[in-house]
Design a protein around this ligand. Structure first.
Ligand code: GLN
Length: 487
């Protein structure tokens, strides 16, 4: 009997339609898997067994069909799901059960996807290791003593430990791509505005973008097609058709595709194993007919400081709503204290250190007298970075770089050094500031740990990511995690 948890999403659907397994059996196999391994991985913050089995029954009853009907999925805890706890990795939202579904959640349900539960993340998606979760860290299935990436480490770890074939992530500065990179999975940040932000707990609204995570390129494309598309509930949602991502993943060819290697995203600070795997992947694309050249993007070096002004500024405003009155935690409301005191006590107790650091940074950057020098300046840098991308598109079709300068580092290694943690995003942030699509695909191993290959494309050309990812996957199949801790 096949192990249902080892199947891809496509194979899972085939197993269901051919009668080899029912959707309920598929869901149960994954719930059993979670029960067996998640005490060590800690990918999930909440498992919704009842909801998952009810949805699987609907699929078995033929009430809903489609390419992902009956396929299990792990949902990042930043996305609301009616009646199911949504914490965003924070104490301040502990116990909050949203009364509504995010548009992404609603679309998944309508497509018959079986949502297994909510996955762990850095608090309010601020971090690169999932160690900033108020509920304890997630462990990388490749090596339990290492980070699974962040902020979406729960989603990436769920995929790599076969607890789910599909997951949803969100990417503000790299939180889909860096976790994919360090767990050897596929993670795609669609074009900004391609996937609705309605029901996504806001971190930095001009950057936040939800996207698909999977173990294969085609699975990611199928999920992309389900969640993307215009939504009137999100004012920045793009009223344009979804690019042909599934077709691109199926007929992946890079013949004649102009691939630009970003000059500024290599060299010092990149682990030798990362550089070696990156260069091999570029050579593999070239051997399949891609036309490779080096492209300079002179302002990419300023992306990190610009991001760490823009993102905290928006966060300081977005997080003002967590005041102890409207959601979750409320501290010190004993009848004697003023509203202001209750708010201050709630926020002091409810937010973790990294979130407080960002709120302070952002409030400072937006304060009168400093606004032009910090926030305004960062916005100008953002424009220069977008122009670097625009200039590149006159020469090449896609840009490529490592997803991240390192492989997964040991838990605790960067926790006391915020700047070292921020540097994880050095390669991923430019695409967020520009708004174009970007993805990480598995590119082999360095000393037994996964390395990610990043592809960036012009806005609304998400299909190009899948073409490159699919072409790479044909000649470089994803490595299988040894999971030696299981035996
Ligand atoms: N690691 C980055 C940060 O800490 C990106 C996070 C994200 O994409 N949500 O802000």
């Amino acid at each position: 009997m096949t192990d249902l948890t080892r199947l891809t999403a496509v194979e899972t659907r085939e197993a269901i339609t051919s009668g080899q397994a029912s959707a309920v059996e598929v869901a149960q196999a994954h719930l059993d898997r979670i029960a067996a391994v998640d005490d060590r991985v800690h990918a999930f913050l909440h498992v919704d067994a009842e909801g998952a089995l009810a949805q699987a029954k609907r699929v078995d009853a033929g009430e809903v069909t489609g390419p992902l009907a009956g396929v299990p999925l792990a949902l990042k805890d930043v996305m609301t799901m009616a009646g199911v706890p949504t914490t965003c990795g924070s104490r301040i939202l502990e116990g909050w059960r949203p009364p509504y579904d995010a548009t992404v959640t609603a679309r998944l349900k309508a497509a018959g996807v079986v949502i297994l539960g909510k996955t762990n993340m850095d608090e309010f998606a601020m971090g690169s290791s999932t160690e900033h979760s108020a509920y304890g860290p997630t462990h990388n299935p490749w090596d339990l003593d290492r980070i699974p990436g962040g902020s979406g480490g729960g989603s990436s770890a769920a995929l790599a430990s076969y607890q789910a074939p599909l997951a949803i992530g969100t990417d503000t500065g790299g939180s889909i791509r860096q976790p994919a990179s360090v767990t050897g999975t596929v993670g795609v940040k669609p074009t900004y505005g391609a996937v609705s932000r309605y029901g996504l707990v806001a971190f930095s609204s001009s950057l936040d973008q939800a996207g698909p995570c999977a173990r294969t390129v085609l699975d990611a494309a199928l999920l992309h097609e389900v969640i993307a598309g215009h939504d009137p509930c999100d004012s920045t949602s793009i009223p344009a058709p979804v690019p042909p991502v599934v077709e691109a993943a199926r007929n992946a060819s890079v013949e004649g595709l102009r691939v630009g290697v970003v000059k500024e995203l290599q060299g010092d600070g990149y682990e030798p194993g990362v550089t070696a795997r990156f260069e091999e992947a570029v050579a593999l694309l070239q051997s399949q007919g891609a036309i490779v050249s080096e492209v300079s993007c002179p302002h990419f070096g300023y992306a990190l400081p610009a991001y760490y002004l823009i993102a905290p500024s928006e966060a300081s405003s977005n997080l003002a709503r967590f005041d102890g009155v409207r959601y979750g935690l409320r501290v010190g409301d004993d009848g004697d204290r003023s509203l202001e005191e209750v708010m201050a006590l709630t926020r002091a107790r409810g937010f973790g250190a990294e979130v407080k650091r960002r709120i302070i940074l952002g409030t400072y950057a937006l304060s009168s007298g400093y606004y032009d020098a910090y926030y305004g300046q960062a916005q100008k840098v953002r424009t220069l970075i977008s122009r670097d991308f625009q200039a590149a598109w006159s020469r090449v079709d896609v840009l490529v770089a490592p997803t991240c300068p390192t492989v997964a580092f040991p838990l605790g290694a960067k926790l006391e050094d915020p700047l070292a943690m921020y540097k994880q995003d050095i390669c991923s942030i430019p695409a967020n500031l520009y708004g174009g699509p970007a993805a990480s695909f598995p590119a082999g191993l360095s000393e037994g740990l996964p390395v990610g290959f990043q592809v960036m494309a012009p806005t609304l050309r998400d299909d190009l990511l899948y073409r490159v990812g699919g072409a790479l996957e044909k000649v470089l199949p994803p490595a299988i995690p040894p999971l030696s801790w299981e035996s």
